[in-house]
Design a protein around this ligand. Sequence first.
Ligand code: SAH
Ligand code: SF4
Ligand code: F3S
Length: 448
Amino acid sequence: MNQHKKFHLKTFGCQMNVHDSEVLAGFLEGLGYQEVDDVKETDIVIMNTCAIRQKAEEKVVGMIGKLKKLKRENPSLIIGICGCMVQQEKTAEMIKSRFPYVDLIFGTHNLHRFSELLTEAQESRETILDIWPEGKEVVEGLPISRKDGIKAWVNITYGCNNFCSYCVVPYVRGREKSREIVNIMMEVEGLAKEGYKEVTLLGQNVNSYGKDLGQGVSFALLLEKMGNIQGLERIRYMTSHPRDFNRELIEVISRSQKVCEHFHLPIQSGSSKILDKMNRGYTREHYLKVVADIQKMIPNSSITTDFIVGFPGETEEDFLDTLEIVEKVRFDASFTFIYSVRKGTKAADMPNQIPEEVKKERLYRLNEIQNRISREIHEVLKGSIVNVLVEGFSRENDSYLTGRTRTNKLVNFTGNKEIVGKIIPVKITEAKTWSLDGEMVQETVRKR
Ligand code: SAH
Ligand code: SF4
Ligand code: F3S
């Protein structure tokens, strides 16, 4: 029988949370616990929550409710709730009073204290609630349990200073703080030595990396330095802010052999009036100029984006501006969201909130156009040979391997498991809306 104590970790939200969960798993594995998929078999269950939209929160509340039965069957089970949702004081209080069987509630700023918090929770009969309103300094040296050995997430900044008027992130993740460049470099060099091929640098606005460090430190400089790391093949980053995406950065990327030709540039709306109300700090024209610079300086790159439909005051005309920009830029893909009211943000109190049916109808129209364009862009790739970093077997069909191109397109193809972790040429045979099918070929292609 397996004597290891077990933990089950459920993660919601963005890559920042996914990476925080790797830290939690790192702590737990260090304490001798083993991760399990089945929540019924576990000694500890932790939910790392997201607050970005109402729906994300509702899902978590529903799931905490369901844990009651498990706790009754196994009273020594430890239930922990952490992440962005409980960083909101009222929500943390609500969870504590509505679900008294929760053992531990902690936020995003005291993740590094997890081991102590867990011990406290195990020793106490009361719910331990420990939320810090703001992080102190960046804590280095946390344990990280990475799973695949091929691709790794690496934090470069924490928090956000932008206060887009719809967004909860600055309230739940605190002010922007950059990690020292030497610490990031050390981490990535270590990963390359372990055989990792790709890193994704994480921050809510990676373009403002280093502004709080002074001495000429910038995101462009970080990318330049990282380009020299032996063994590392691909560098990605998320998320960029179109306001801060300048020519210097595009030049550095165009010169780099390692930084991928994929630009995720969340636009949110095609209407300058709405962008202003969103406090995004750029106009439609500025965005189009950045895109034109990218397309000119780095041909064949892919551009993806995020949209919010139904922001307060969005008229049909504003929405048509959004549809028009989709046709104009021809994004490879878009993440599209219905505006969700977040208490405490500026937009929550704005007049002219849009009715739910109108928001839904706009989302539908936007997705129709985007899906057509994604498909058209993929059709053009049929017959071409692309370099794919092979990640493993496809989730839907395990006789297929799966991987991504430098432009971040998902490719499924047949092959053997010896090539997992390698970059290999694949000929595209079939185009779908969100992915491509292909077959392995012998030819080699240049970098792009
Ligand atoms: N820092 C990143 C990611 C923020 S969250 C950025 O600035 O792009 C990811 C996406 O969620 C955002 O780009 C936005 O499109 C969406 N989003 C954020 N708040 C939202 C809200 N209140 N309602 C609907 N979508 C939202
Ligand atoms: Fe939210 Fe704006 Fe910060 Fe992104 S840049 S996390 S959308 S406030
Ligand atoms: Fe959600 Fe927090 Fe990320 S609110 S989107 S998990 S930073």
